[in-house]
Design a protein around this ligand. Structure first.
Ligand SMILES: [Zn+2]
Length: 187
């Protein structure tokens, strides 16, 4: 399947609708995991994870490692690093769900330092795009842009970091600026 931004947006919209969410509602990635039957484990609770591995991820590598979706037979599980801020964890889970929803094939999967090692680079971009659309759909981002919401306001409303808000708002803000400029020139 060759994904375009339009088809990825459709998938995100359907998934949100499946949770009874309208375009402006706050998305709970953990609820979507439940919907898809994907258990989410903290790295410390992962059955079979060695003490060493847990220490590695939660202490030594806290800054690097965020989450991974892992095949378990035909099923999938998500393992996350609970040391991160809830806003970041929500984005991490949404990103992993992006891989699932777009049916990205796994490369050799292990809990490597680099999550990117598990998926192709273009798939990484797509999963991040999906996280954006799941957490702040374009319709919501545009409305926030026209209302001149700051990144802090978007962050508080949608439960994302201000960096994530900035990422998702940059396009819609340009759109809102241009749209206003066009309107002004008509006056
Ligand atoms: Zn990824």
């Amino acid at each position: 399947m060759k994904w375009t931004q339009a088809t990825m947006r459709e998938v995100a919209e359907e998934e949100r609708a499946g949770l009874d969410l309208g375009p402006y509602d706050t998305f709970d990635p953990y609820a979507l995991c439940v919907e898809h039957g994907i258990p989410v484990y903290s790295i410390g609770d992962l059955p079979g994870a060695s003490r060493e591995a847990v220490d590695h991820f939660t202490r030594i590598r806290t800054g690097n490692w965020s989450a991974a979706i892992i095949p378990a037979g035909t099923a999938r599980i998500i393992v996350e690093n609970p040391a991160h801020h809830p806003h970041r964890r929500r984005a991490n889970i949404a990103h992993e769900l992006g891989h699932l929803l777009l049916e990205h094939p796994f490369a050799e999967v292990h809990l490597s330092d680099s999550h990117a090692g598990s998926f192709a680079a273009n798939h990484e971009k797509q999963a991040t795009f999906m996280a954006g659309e799941l957490l702040i759909p374009q319709t919501a981002a545009k409305r926030a842009a026209f209302a001149d919401w700051t990144n802090e306001q978007v962050s508080a409303r949608y439960g994302v970091s201000t960096q994530f808000a900035q990422m998702q708002m940059s396009g819609p803000r340009v759109y809102a600026r241009r749209s206003r400029a066009r309107q002004d020139s008509r006056r």
